[in-house]
Design a protein around this ligand. Structure first.
Ligand SMILES: CC(C)(COP(=O)(O)OP(=O)(O)OC[C@H]1O[C@@H](n2cnc3c(N)ncnc32)[C@H](O)[C@@H]1OP(=O)(O)O)[C@@H](O)C(=O)NCCC(=O)NCCS
Length: 192
């Protein structure tokens, strides 16, 4: 089975109720300028441009972007090492939030993690970040512990989250439910 078949349903184009076309796809070098600008707008600590360039060459890394009518409005990344996926970044431009784009990116990462053989996924999130915590909980992540003072800019604690058994049929069903919820909002119209 090829990659496209395994991740069926993720890389879809959807026509939103407002007529805009939303697409999730792999990031490439031409996206770096837009992604860096988006990252600067969404996070208080930043990666140098060269890090993104290197990450796109890193065989253990997966980066996705969300495009709305051809404009990058979100991006997400992770590393997959052995049977673990570590989500590093996920952001949606503020004016496009709460429209399911973050969830689409997260589903894309998790499907990629499954494809690359991961059985579990983890991430760190600021304790105060209720939006992200809600999104990750919906995708089955649980809070395992905290790292006090993890974020150097504010001294805030990181919440460490994990989701296990992502290869299981139970987890396939959960992703299916998440996707169905999104499709109720914006039915997919074509594969890409
Ligand atoms: C976190 C983030 C990526 C979510 O993106 P999004 O496109 O708004 O996410 P979705 O529309 O798919 O929402 C998914 C769920 O997250 C939760 N959520 C998102 N925004 C929320 C808000 N403002 N208040 C409460 N819950 C919220 C909800 O549970 C939501 O599900 P629902 O809409 O069915 O209730 C976005 O808020 C963001 O870019 N924040 C800044 C960067 C960041 O914090 N990234 C995460 C780092 S770990």
């Amino acid at each position: 089975m090829d990659n496209q078949a395994l991740i069926e349903g993720v890389y879809t184009t959807t026509h939103r109720p407002d007529g805009a076309v939303c697409r999730i796809r792999h990031m490439d070098t031409a996206d770096i300028v837009a992604v860096v600008e988006l990252e600067r707008a969404c996070f208080t600590t930043h990666w140098p441009v060269a890090t993104y360039q290197n990450e796109l060459l890193n065989p253990a890394a997966v980066y996705l972007v969300a495009e709305l009518d051809g404009t990058v409005v979100g991006f997400a990344g992770m590393w997959v090492s052995a049977d673990e996926a570590h989500i590093t970044l996920l952001a949606v431009r503020s004016e496009y939030r709460r429209k399911g784009i973050g969830t689409r990116l997260l589903i894309g990462l998790l499907e990629e993690a499954r494809y690359h053989g991961a059985t579990a996924a983890t991430l760190e999130v600021r304790k105060s970040n209720e939006c992200a915590l809600g999104m990750y909980h919906a995708a089955g992540f649980v809070e395992t512990h905290e790292r006090p003072g993890y974020y150097s800019d504010t001294g805030e604690a990181a919440v460490i989250m994990w989701v296990y058994d992502i290869q299981s049929s139970r987890y396939t069903a959960l992703l299916g439910q998440l996707r169905a919820g999104l499709e109720e909002r914006c039915p997919p119209t074509s594969s890409v």
